[in-house]
Design a protein around this ligand. Structure first.
Ligand SMILES: Nc1ncnc2c1ncn2[C@@H]1O[C@H](COP(=O)(O)OP(=O)(O)OP(=O)(O)O)[C@@H](O)[C@H]1O
Ligand SMILES: [Mg+2]
Length: 265
C-alpha cells in the first residue's frame, strides 16, 4: 500500500520581488515500510519537501495523500490531529523543550493527545529503556550529549507509533560515530515496519537507504526506484544507486543495542 502519494506538487515562495520555485511538478509514491533517503544540493528543496510531508507546510498546488486520505484539503486542526497520530518528525537541531526532562519530552505528544497518565508513564519508561536512556530520564536537554538528545527526539517522535518517520539531517549536528548510532536506531525502527524518510547530505548515509531520491532545483532528478518517475531515462543512475542497504541486518536488533554504551558516557 502506498503510504504517501504526491501528485503535481508545487511550492512557490515569494520574497520581495523574487519568486522561488522550491518544489516543481513533484510526483512521487512511497510504499508502507520503505526506507528512503532524500539527497541533493543545498537549496534543492529537500526540507521543503519534508515539511510538506510532515504537514508543517502546505503546497501551492497538487495533492498529497497520506495512507489513502487527501490531507491537503484538511483544516489546520484536522492536519494537527493527523500529524500527532500518524507522523513523527526528527530535526537536525533536536527541537526538544529545554525546561522539560528527557522523560517529559518523550511523554509530551501523549500528553497533547490526552492519553491517561498511567499509560503515558508506562510507555515513557519502556521508551527510555528501549533507547538506552533509562539513566537519563530526569536530565534536561542541556544536561545530555548530542547523541542522547537526538535519541530523546526520536523517542518523542515515535512514542505515538506513527506510520511515517521523517528525519531532516538527523546526524547533521553529531560526530560520525554518534551519527551512525542514530541512523542505526532509525533503521531498527524501519525494520520494525515504520516508513522511514531521511534527508541527508552524507552519501554514506544516503546509500544505506533502500531507495534514493535526488532533488535538484526543486525537481526530482533521480529516483533509484525509477517506477515513480516519468523521465528517468534522461537521468541515468548516478553514484547514489546500486548499493541498496545490504549491510543492514534483516533481523531487527534491540533498539538500545548500539546506543546503550554511550548513555553511560
Ligand atoms: N520560507 C521560505 N521563504 C522563502 N524562500 C524559502 C523558504 N523556505 C525555503 N525557501 C527557498 O526554497 C528553496 C529550497 O529550500 P530548502 O530549505 O527546501 O532547501 P534544502 O534542500 O533543504 O537545502 P539545505 O540542504 O541547505 O537544507 C531555497 O532556495 C530556499 O531559499
Ligand atoms: Mg534543508
Amino acid at each position: 500500500m502506498a503510504v504517501i502519494e504526491l501528485a503535481g506538487i508545487e511550492r512557490i515562495f515569494h520574497l520581495g520581488d523574487s519568486v522561488v520555485h522550491a518544489l516543481t511538478h513533484l510526483d512521487v509514491g512511497i510504499e508502507a515500510g520503505e526506507y528512503v533517503a532524500i539527497m541533493g544540493p543545498s537549496g534543492s528543496g529537500k526540507s521543503t519537501l519534508l515539511n510538506l510531508l510532515g504537514l508543517l507546510d502546505r503546497p501551492d498546488a497538487g495533492s498529497y495523500r497520506l495512507e489513502g486520505r487527501d490531507v491537503t484539503t484538511l483544516s489546520p486542526d484536522e492536519q494537527a490531529a493527523v500529524r500527532s497520530q500518524r507522523i513523527g518528525f526528527v530535526f537536525q537541531s533536536f527541537h526538544l523543550v529545554p525546561r522539560l526532562t528527557a522523560a517529559e519530552n518523550i511523554g509530551l505528544p501523549m500528553m497533547l493527545a490526552g492519553i491517561p497518565a498511567a499509560e503515558r508513564a508506562r510507555r515513557v519508561t519502556q521508551a527510555l529503556k528501549d533507547f538506552g536512556l533509562d539513566q537519563r530520564a530526569d536530565h534536561r536537554p542541556d544536561q545530555l550529549s548530542g547523541g542522547q538528545r537526538q535519541r530523546v527526539a526520536i523517542a518523542r517522535a515515535t512514542i505515538m507509533q506513527p506510520a511515517v518517520l521523517l528525519a531532516d539531517e538527523p546526524t547533521g549536528n553529531l560526530d560520525r560515530a554518534t551519527g551512525e548510532d542514530v541512523i542505526h536506531l532509525l533503521e531498527v525502527l524501519n525494520q520494525r515496519g515504520m516508513t522511514l524518510i531521511v534527508v541527508t547530505h552524507d552519501p554514506k548515509i544516503g546509500t544505506r537507504a533502500r531507495r534514493q531520491l535526488l532533488m535538484e532545483d526543486g525537481e526530482l532528478r533521480h529516483d533509484s526506484a525509477a517506477v515513480h518517475l516519468r523521465s528517468v531515462d534522461d537521468n541515468p543512475p548516478g553514484p547514489l544507486s546500486g548499493k541498496g542497504g545490504d549491510d543492514v541486518s534483516p533481523a531487527a536488533p534491540a533498539l538500545g543495542e548500539r546506543s546503550a554504551p554511550s548513555s553511560t558516557a
